[in-house]
Design a protein around this ligand. Structure first.
Ligand SMILES: Cc1ncc(COP(=O)(O)O)c(C=O)c1O
Length: 415
């Protein structure tokens, strides 16, 4: 076998794909070339209903001229510029103001990153730092849940409750303790075992990429109460739920739970440009600003990137102008009865979800990757989550006919 110019065997692409087999051959990839609304198409002429909004992010739908125009306008004025120290720019200031104005906690401030993993790593550092600045440096322990998905950077990998994602990468970030989801007794036990040492609890309001598990009623509220009782921060990881997935700007509002830090990414720009961040409530940012001489030694080259922030402003404009926060309940009302019927007819074992995010659980013995492939052949993009979950998180703009087609394809492909 002769190597290509870059040394790779000829049958594999130069692009080493994320969450994929490095040995996968070039011919096995689906090359998406365009999209409009809830549909995308590939270079072979196949059109798909994008039941995953790409990767949980394309809330406003594909192919939006308003997004392209806003991005081109900003790129033509000031494509990129850094925000370290004394520098700022108009789109970053405006987007921070805009997010603060819709944030669950009045008086919040916004830290920008380039994506969700950086947002989670930022939150992990900020909670520990806030305790140090409060004069309580022993609070380093962070509680997260299993299953959960918080990202692929070093801190977010440590917080993620999916053991295979940590395998082989060496020692993780210390002082991260995991408890089973929905097990408040386990959370209480950690607080008691490490009294005065817990910095924060990290939780996705709805566990997303680890399987789509809505919380048990009252669970998040009790997490909040336990954090208050024990002097710890609550971090809601809203990378999937932020900007409308549950029909309100944030899931914290949907569930009526206050967060000290809220991480976001994905739908803030609907993915047209990568952007993420952390909404920092006064409980944390007031501590950071208490000493006027203190310097926050944390940030990324692209924190406050003007073109990404212009995309964020344009995306939030679309969500507001088209009242897209009303769509997740429409999606949920359309999918729920169809999924119920799939269960009662024995096509799938169970389903779960809320508003704009859903999953079906396959019967034992059914292979999720094979099911995903059959759905692709039927023109539907879903996300397989081993061992047995098929996730769906469609764009807010998906139509009733397209939701019907998803249900029909699930029935035929999974029967
Ligand atoms: C809840 C949650 N947190 C963090 C992340 C990581 O975000 P990113 O892939 O943008 O780094 C994800 C990605 O799916 C996520 O779902």
């Amino acid at each position: 076998m002769t190597a290509t110019a870059n040394g790779a065997p000829p049958s594999v692409p130069a692009f080493l794909h994320p969450f994929a087999r490095p040995a996968a051959e070039s011919s096995s990839f689906v090359r998406i070339v365009g999209g409009k609304g809830a549909r995308v198409w590939d270079d072979q002429g196949n059109t798909y209903i994008d039941a995953m909004a790409s990767l949980w992010y394309c809330a406003v739908g594909h192919g939006r001229p308003e997004m392209a125009e806003a991005i081109a306008r900003q790129a033509g004025t000031l494509g990129g510029y850094q925000c370290f120290d004394r520098f700022t720019n108009e789109p970053a200031d405006a987007l921070a103001e805009r997010i603060a104005s819709i944030a669950p906690e009045p008086g919040s401030r916004v830290f920008f990153t380039a994506g969700g993993s950086e947002a989670v790593d930022t939150a992990l550092k900020l909670v520990r730092l806030a305790h140090v600045l409060r004069g309580d440096p022993g609070r380093t322990i962070v509680i997260s849940r299993a299953p959960s998905y918080h990202g692929s950077a070093y801190g977010s990998t440590a917080l993620t409750g999916l053991p295979p994602n940590q395998l082989g990468f060496g020692p993780g970030v210390p002082d991260v303790v995991q408890v089973p989801k929905d097990d408040l007794g386990a959370v209480r036990a950690i607080f008691e075992q490490h009294a005065g040492r817990v910095a924060a609890v990290f939780a996705e309001p709805i566990i997303g990429a680890a399987g789509v598990y809505p919380p048990q009623p009252g669970y998040l509220q009790e997490l909040r109460r336990l954090c208050d009782e024990h002097g710890a921060c609550l971090v809601l990881d809203e990378v999937i739920t932020g900007f409308g997935r549950l029909g309100q700007w944030f899931a914290g509002q949907f569930y009526g739970v206050r967060a000290d830090l809220t991480t976001f990414a994905k739908a803030v720009t609907s993915g047209y440009i990568p952007l993420g961040g952390v909404i920092v409530a006064p409980s944390v940012h007031e501590v950071l600003a208490a000493d006027p001489a203190f310097i926050l030694r944390h940030g990324f080259t692209y924190s406050g990137h003007p073109t990404a922030c212009a995309a964020g402003l344009a995306c939030l404009d679309i969500i507001e102008r088209e009242s897209l926060l009303s769509r997740p309940s429409v999606i949920g009302n359309a999918l729920r009865p169809g999924l119920e019927a799939l269960v009662s007819d024995g096509v799938v074992a169970s389903f779960r979800g809320e508003m704009g995010v859903w999953a079906v659980e396959l019967h034992p013995g059914q292979d999720v990757a094979a099911a995903r492939d059959r759905l692709l052949d039927a023109g539907i993009v879903v996300r397989p989550i081993p061992p047995a979950t098929i996730a769906m998180c469609p764009p807010f703009v998906i139509g009733a006919d397209e939701l019907d087609q998803i249900l029909a394809a699930l029935r035929s492909a999974l029967a």
